[in-house]
Design a protein around this ligand. Structure first.
Ligand SMILES: [Ca+2]
Ligand SMILES: [Ca+2]
Ligand SMILES: [Ca+2]
Ligand SMILES: [Ca+2]
Length: 628
């Protein structure tokens, strides 16, 4: 009852009021105060797929990032396969019609240039353009939404991978990701471009870089910021992935995905003011379990694993306001650096050909060392560090680890299959160098073993809410996996397929129950926030499992799940690409919410780009209750 009352409060109430309501809820029935006024009804939401557009291209990222312009009622969808933007007429939302393309390579005279991201504001389309050589500077280009005329362009940092407008439309921001070359020999600096587009013919670029943090490397590492690219300065190592802007347009935040941190940016001065580490998620804590194995008999086995810590490593992020404060909501996807992994010379032992940080626990803590993986998947940088790894019995004794022996912890059905990063979690000397142990597990400077007392896995299989200073306010814990495992969860537009039959499936394979449990689970990647009936909703796309989760986040401390719709229709064909016409939507990547007052048909819509099926899906957000 208390929970229902809390759900009826409005966004205008301060977060502290919500906190006190929570305390009341925990206080027991005897201490309930008199009933509060009850404006409106609890919001209920059901997504309904009303239509879509199919590129006809499977598995090549033909539909990734959408943006919508209400004046022209056009949808702009990044087609990464073509390196272009597909322009869709959305006047009849159930039947998007392709009416054109934006081709930056041709428009700018830059052969090989590709569009990575698109945003639109009041008839002005802004695109982020990657150079033919991704480590070269990129471009921002501006087009008129109505006739797709190029209006202007300017140079920005390397690999601009996300673009967004400030709410007033006068400024666009780009996340210049600055990924390294595949051999990691060229590593551009990451940065944020802040572009004045008030005169579209002459955009003015300022760059908020990270050079000022180069001297703070030790402090950033101590605070938990991941800086680990070979030979990289702080600025080279920082990889901005996604940007959110405050409602007043003064402040931006960027996810620094591989660095497991946020950057806070003052837009007026074009300055990065803070790098905010996100910390890790203790999978040993109550409510934070996960299914860590794809080789446990195909079973759903969500449980706590003490000593396993998830790196949030968020991809998409949105900002929203509650109680007068800005909050950030992230999709905690996880991403490993895996450079040179297709180059046999790297695996043959040449560390100058790449850098791969991912490894399975069973290989990391093999009693015989990891030499047996040489030439297969043993990263040369790990091989240079030691000859093998140990599990600290003080942490991992519960699954059978003893001195010098990982015991049953290493079994496939336990932690053996889990992908973790070898770069963290082993014991170190005060100077940060690895503390060495011998094969029996005794500390010994002449030994050749690392001692792992923690294992860090990729992503948090969740979404989180953070305050403006990067402090975590809320996390969905194990709820994504426990819901996908539950009888309440159904797949397909008709909602008639049990989710538990296809729990943690991959997005490009059929009959694949449990296949992603050793990696990043359902893999939340995209996120969009919008207002429906006076409530703030978060829409979260699960890249691998597919589908869109809807949460009411009006109270940032107590989000509530409202719906899940997964419009993948075929779950059994081994290669879904062979049944593209009937497979439905696979691999949701980017999402855009269209509020009722800007929608072509006056109803709130959600448009999703699906990179595997190459489809654009249009959903209606059917809502009742809430507070109009
Ligand atoms: Ca870089
Ligand atoms: Ca990255
Ligand atoms: Ca499993
Ligand atoms: Ca991603």
């Amino acid at each position: 009852m208390r929970l229902r009352l809390r759900g009826q409060r409005t966004a205008a109430l301060a977060a502290t009021l919500f906190a006190s309501a929570t305390l009341v809820a925990c206080g027991g029935g005897g201490s309930e105060p008199a009933a509060a006024p009850t404006p409106g009804q609890p919001l209920s939401v059901q997504l309904e797929k009303i239509g879509g557009y199919a590129s006809g291209q499977f598995g090549v990222s033909a539909a990734e990032i959408p943006a919508y312009d209400s004046g022209t009622q056009r949808l702009f969808m990044v087609n990464a396969q073509a390196g272009k933007v597909d322009v869709l007429d959305l006047r009849v939302p159930a039947s998007p019609l392709k009416v054109g393309e934006i081709d930056a390579a041709t428009a700018l005279g830059l052969p090989g240039a590709e569009i990575n991201s698109v945003a639109v504001h009041d008839g002005l389309v802004a695109v982020a353009v990657q150079a033919a050589l991704k480590t070269d500077p990129g471009r921002v280009a501006l087009f008129r939404a109505a006739d797709l005329t190029l209006l202007g362009s300017a140079t920005v940092g390397a690999l601009p991978d996300m673009i967004t407008f400030t709410p007033d439309g006068r400024t666009v921001l780009l996340a210049n990701e600055g990924e390294p070359s595949d051999d990691y020999q060229t590593d551009p600096e990451g940065s944020i471009a802040i572009v004045d587009v008030s005169t579209p013919a002459a955009p003015v670029v300022r760059t908020a870089g990270f050079g000022a943090f180069n001297a703070q490397r030790a402090a950033l590492l101590a605070a938990g910021v991941r800086l680990y690219g070979p030979g990289a300065s702080v600025a080279q190592d920082i990889e901005p992935e996604y940007i959110a802007v405050s409602a007043d347009g003064t402040t931006a935040w960027a996810t620094l995905q591989e660095n497991n941190a946020l950057a806070k940016i003052d837009i007026a001065s074009a300055t990065v003011t803070d790098i905010l580490p996100l910390g890790t998620k203790d999978h040993g804590a109550a409510g934070n379990g996960l299914d860590a194995s794809d080789t446990d008999g195909g079973n759903i086995n969500i449980r706590n694993w003490a000593g396993v810590h998830g790196l949030y490593l968020p991809d998409a992020m949105s900002a929203f306001t509650a109680g007068g404060q800005t909050y950030l909501v992230t999709a905690n996807e996880g991403d490993a650096r895996a450079w040179g992994e297709d180059n046999p010379a790297y695996w043959a032992g040449d560390a100058s050909q790449g850098f791969v940080e991912e490894f399975r626990v069973k290989h990391l803590v093999n009693r015989n060392g990891w030499a047996g993986r040489a030439g297969d998947d043993l990263p040369p940088q790990l091989d240079a560090l030691a000859a093998g790894g140990l599990l600290d019995p003080a942490t991992f004794g519960y699954c059978g680890a003893i001195a010098g022996n990982p015991g049953a912890c290493r079994n496939d059905e336990n932690l053996g299959r889990l992908n973790i990063t070898w770069t963290m979690g082993y014991r170190t000397n005060p100077d940060g160098s690895p503390m060495m142990f011998d094969a029996t597990g005794a500390a010994n400077p002449a030994g050749d073993r690392l001692m792992y007392d923690r294992l860090y896995s990729y992503g948090a299989r969740s979404f989180s809410i953070w305050n403006a200073d990067g402090q975590r306010v809320w996390d969905s814990g194990a709820e994504f996996e426990t819901f996908l495992a539950s009888a309440d969860c159904r797949l397909g537009s008709a909602r008639n397929i049990p989710c538990s039959d296809f729990f943690n499936s991959g997005h490009d394979e059929g009959s694949a129950k449990d296949s992603r449990s050793d990696a990043k689970g359902p893999e939340p990647e995209g996120i969009a926030v919008g207002q429906v009936n006076g409530r703030t909703l978060a829409f979260i796309g699960l890249e691998r499992m597919g589908g869109i989760l809807v949460y009411d986040i009006t109270d940032p401390t107590a989000p509530r799940r409202l719906d899940y719709l997964n419009s993948r229709e075929d779950w059994t064909t081994a290669d879904p690409g062979t049944v593209l016409a009937t497979a439905g939507d696979l691999g949701p990547e980017g999402l855009v919410f269209i509020p009722a007052n800007r929608s072509p048909d006056g109803t709130p819509l959600l448009v999703v780009g699906n990179e595997v099926s190459g489809t654009t899906a249009v959903y209606r957000v059917n809502a009742t209750g809430g507070r109009p």
